[in-house]
Structures are given as C-alpha cells and as structure tokens.
Design a protein around this ligand. Structure first.
Ligand code: NDP
Length: 449
C-alpha cells in the first residue's frame, strides 16, 4: 500500500545493518520501529527528504571507556563503561545505567534507541540515552561496588549534567549504586547538582514513587488495556517474570488492583505460589538479603521453586515479562496462548522476541510493548528532576496520581494513534508512531544538526 515508503524504510534498515555489524539487539529494536513507520512517511514527505529517520537511527554521541578497579583481595579488574547519548531533540539525554555481564555496545544502543520513543510518549521534556557496564555486581561486597561506581563516574562525570545527560538505574543499578555514583559526581565537580541523576535516596533529593514507578506504571497500563475490553484487573491471574525493581512493584500494584500475582522468577528459576506472592517475604529475600528465589520457597509453605525451566509454562490471564530482553520466545508465546493468556504487558525492555509478538497477534492476545507500558519509570524520573529544579517535594499520593494520569495518557495516545493510522488495537504501531511523531517534529524544527 505504501510501496515507495516501504522501500525507503527497507533501505534505512539495510544501512543500519551494514553500519552496525554484530549489534543484533540494536538491529531488532530498529526493525521493530521501522516496520511501523512507512505509514508515517506516506503522510510526511519532509521526513524522507530531510532523512529524519536516518538521523534518529544514528546516536548523537557514543562514549566507551575503561573502568579499572580493585576487589577486596587487591586483584585488579578492568571493565568497560558505555554511555550512548542517542537523541536530545526533546530534552537532556535521559535513560538508565545497566550493570550486567551481558552488557555490550549493541545492547546499550538498543536500549538507548527504545528510550527515545518511550521518553517522547511520556510527554515530558527528556531526550533518549542509555549506558552501563559489563561489571557484574552479583556477589560483590558493598565496598567493591562502591569502588567500581567511583571509577565509573570518574570518567563519566564529564559527559553529564542536569541540562546535558541525566542517568538513572536499570538492571544491577539500584539506590545503592546511584548513591555511590552521585557521591563521586559531587566530589569531582564540587556541585550539589541533584538533577544530574534520578533514583536518588529520599533523604538526598530522591522522589517518592520513583522506586515503585515502573512496576506500578505497567499495572496501570494493563488496567487501561483491560478497561477498553470491558474488564478489570480484579480477579485476574498474573505471572510476572523477574524479581527486581520492576517485577516487585508490578506485583504490588496488581495485588492492590485486586489481581493475584502467582509466579515470579530470577536467573536461577521461578516460584509458583497459588495463594498469591507474599510481598513482604519477596522484598526481604530480594531487596534486603539479595538472595536467590529458592529462599522464598523455603519460607513460604504454599510456594514451590522450579529450578531453571520457563515461567511461561504457568497458566495465567495476564503475563508481565519484567526481567530482560528476549526472555519470552516463540515457544513460550505459544504456550501462553494455549493456556488461555489474554494480555501480555511488557515491564522489561523488548522481553518478547519478534516471533513471540507475531504469535500474540495471531492468537488475538492484547499486547503492550515496553516502550509504552514501562514508561512510568522514566516519567517519574522526569518528575524527580522537576522537584529537584524547584526544590520541592511532592507527597506519595500526589506523585502516584501524576503517574496514573501519565500512564492513562500514554495508553490513550497509543490507542488513538493506532486507529488514526489504520491499525486499531495495535499498540506496537501506536507507540512507535506516536513516539516518532513527537521526536521527528522537534528534530525537523532544529534544522540539519
Ligand atoms: P533489576 O536488576 O532490579 O532486576 C532484574 C530481574 O531480572 C532480576 O530478578 C534478575 O534476576 C532478572 N534478570 C536479569 N537479567 C536476566 C537474565 N539474563 N536472565 C534471567 N533473569 C534475568 O532490574 P529492573 O527490574 O530495574 O529491570 C528489569 C527490566 O525492566 C529491564 O529490561 C529494564 O531495562 C527494564 N526497565 C527498568 C526500569 C526501572 O525503572 N528499573 C524502567 C524501564 C524499564 P537475577 O537477579 O538472578 O539476575
């Protein structure tokens, strides 16, 4: 139908493949967005002429650096640090830092690219970026994590600033790491620049609800999807993968909305607790003790722990993948469909493979992509920046109400855009097109830069 525009999009994708060899996750993320854009180019020839899509696919700046540090026994380690400042058309670069041994440039670029559109969808003044390191904090002492964070920030600080680039947490980076990173930034710059990092502790510039925001936001988004179909979360069986920041608070809000989260996972396996996951125990095990999930099953008699295996074998109404990219493949999607799952809401970034998404579509499963459903985290980070800038502090209730409103707006924007562009109900297209349009308008307005 849009043959000319489809050919343009194919050409852009071929160029991305050629110029970024081996970066498979980045290719996957770009492909997913480009597949939605032919319909936009058909209405906006100026974006083809000015190569707006090509410019958005090319990061504005990519920083790669050495991070040397010493462990508690005195052994020297060398890790690699990354910050990809992808797009600043809408505001300072904004996006988390990930510390995980799997981190490489392709992963940081996929996350940074997704972040551009996610941040645009929030309606807040924030550009897109992402960073991290192949450092593995698992099993490291607090002192080791501190030394690593200090070494990491000793290089990264020169690229940051409240009006330039504002990192936050992601996998492996929580309140502890943000504290060490902020301390080192303050020490080097001699500036108490609260707005340079988000996810800060409540005692020193952090915002209420930031910790809960991504998980709560995903649950709010799910509630909106169900509402369109005349349903509510009340009484639904929910399976949430992961047991980190997103998963824990996703479960908390699901329970508050009357649903029952019956399973969650970590990289060692998953637990099933038909009575509903006991959040006090889960938080104690994962947030305080930083232990493995089998400890939960040791303490809760109604729970069983399954070592390895796929959490998607557990029958549910709503699946919320909240661990990592490509954790839910075609086989898992087929199992979910066979077991009667009706909604998939991505808490993580790109957790479903393209094959899984195709199967959801064919099975009539309503699907929300991460860039829409998990945008509550970064939106609340923008609220943290707003509070820092005005030296203000909002209540939990006020912040949560803002988050709920933002998630409702994102859902409405995606839903309406999908209809407007001829694919009703397709939230992937809705999110990609709505996010792209906001960024593209700003990129275009700023001239050829
Ligand atoms: P955490 O580090 O707090 O938790 C991650 C969870 O996922 C842990 O349970 C971890 O298990 C599991 N996990 C991570 N990697 C793997 C893997 N390769 N295989 C199996 N399990 C794995 O991270 P977050 O909860 O912050 O992030 C989860 C996802 O949500 C990521 O995709 C992130 O990008 C995305 N996200 C996070 C936001 C936030 O505000 N935190 C905002 C938007 C998106 P284990 O501990 O055993 O490794």
């Amino acid at each position: 139908m849009h043959a000319g525009e489809s050919a343009v999009v194919e050409q852009i994708y071929d160029d991305v493949l050629r110029r970024n060899p081996g970066e498979t996750e980045f290719h996957q993320a770009v492909r997913e967005v480009l597949e939605s854009l032919a319909v936009v180019l058909a209405r906006h020839s100026e974006y083809t002429e000015m190569k707006t899509v090509e410019r958005i696919c090319e990061p504005e700046r990519q920083i790669i650096f050495r991070v040397p540090w010493q462990d508690d026994s005195g052994e020297v380690h060398i890790n690699r640090g990354f910050r990809v400042e992808f797009n600043s058309a809408l505001g300072p670069y904004k996006g988390g830092l990930r510390f995980h041994p799997s981190v490489n440039l392709g992963i940081v670029k996929f996350l940074g690219f997704e972040q551009i559109f996610k941040n645009a969808l929030t309606g807040m003044p924030i550009g897109g970026g992402k960073g991290g390191s192949d450092f593995d904090p698992k099993g490291r002492s607090d002192a080791e994590v501190m030394r690593f964070c200090q070494s990491f920030m000793t290089e990264l600080y020169r690229h940051l600033g409240e009006h330039t680039d504002v990192p936050a947490g992601d996998i492996g980076v929580g309140a502890r790491e943000i504290g060490y990173l902020f301390g080192q930034y303050k020490r080097i710059t001699n500036r108490y620049e609260s707005g340079v990092l988000t996810g800060k502790g409540l005692a020193w510039g952090g915002a209420l609800v930031r910790t809960e925001a991504t998980g709560y936001g995903a649950a709010f988004f799910a509630a909106e999807m169900l509402k369109v179909r005349g349903e509510t979360v009340d009484g639904q069986r929910v399976v949430v993968s992961g047991s980190g920041n997103v998963a824990v608070y996703g479960i908390e809000k699901v329970h508050q909305l009357g649903g029952t989260a019956i399973a969650c996972s970590d990289s060692s396996g998953y637990i099933v607790d038909e009575k509903g996951i006991d959040l006090d125990v889960l938080k104690q095990v994962k947030e305080v003790e930083r232990a493995r999930l089998d400890v939960y099953a040791d303490r809760v008699p109604s729970a069983t722990f399954v070592e390895g295996g796929s959490i998607w074998d557990v029958p549910c109404d709503i699946a919320v993948p909240s661990a990592t990219q490509n954790e839910l493949d075609g086989e898992a999607a087929a199992t979910l469909a066979r077991n009667g799952c009706r909604y998939v809401v991505e808490g993580a970034n790109m957790p479903s493979t393209p094959e899984a998404v195709r199967i959801f579509r064919e099975a009539g499963i309503a699907f929300a992509p991460g860039k829409a459903a998990n945008a509550g985290g970064v939106a609340t980070s923008a609220l943290e920046m707003q509070q820092n800038a005005s030296r203000d502090r909002w209540t939990f209730e006020h912040s949560e109400a803002r988050l709920a409103e933002i998630m409702r707006d994102i859902h409405t924007r995606c839903h309406q855009t999908a209809e407007e562009y001829g694919s009703p109900g397709d939230l992937v297209l809705g999110a990609n097109v709505a996010g792209f349009l906001r960024v593209a308008e700003a990129v275009h307005a700023h001239g050829l830069i």
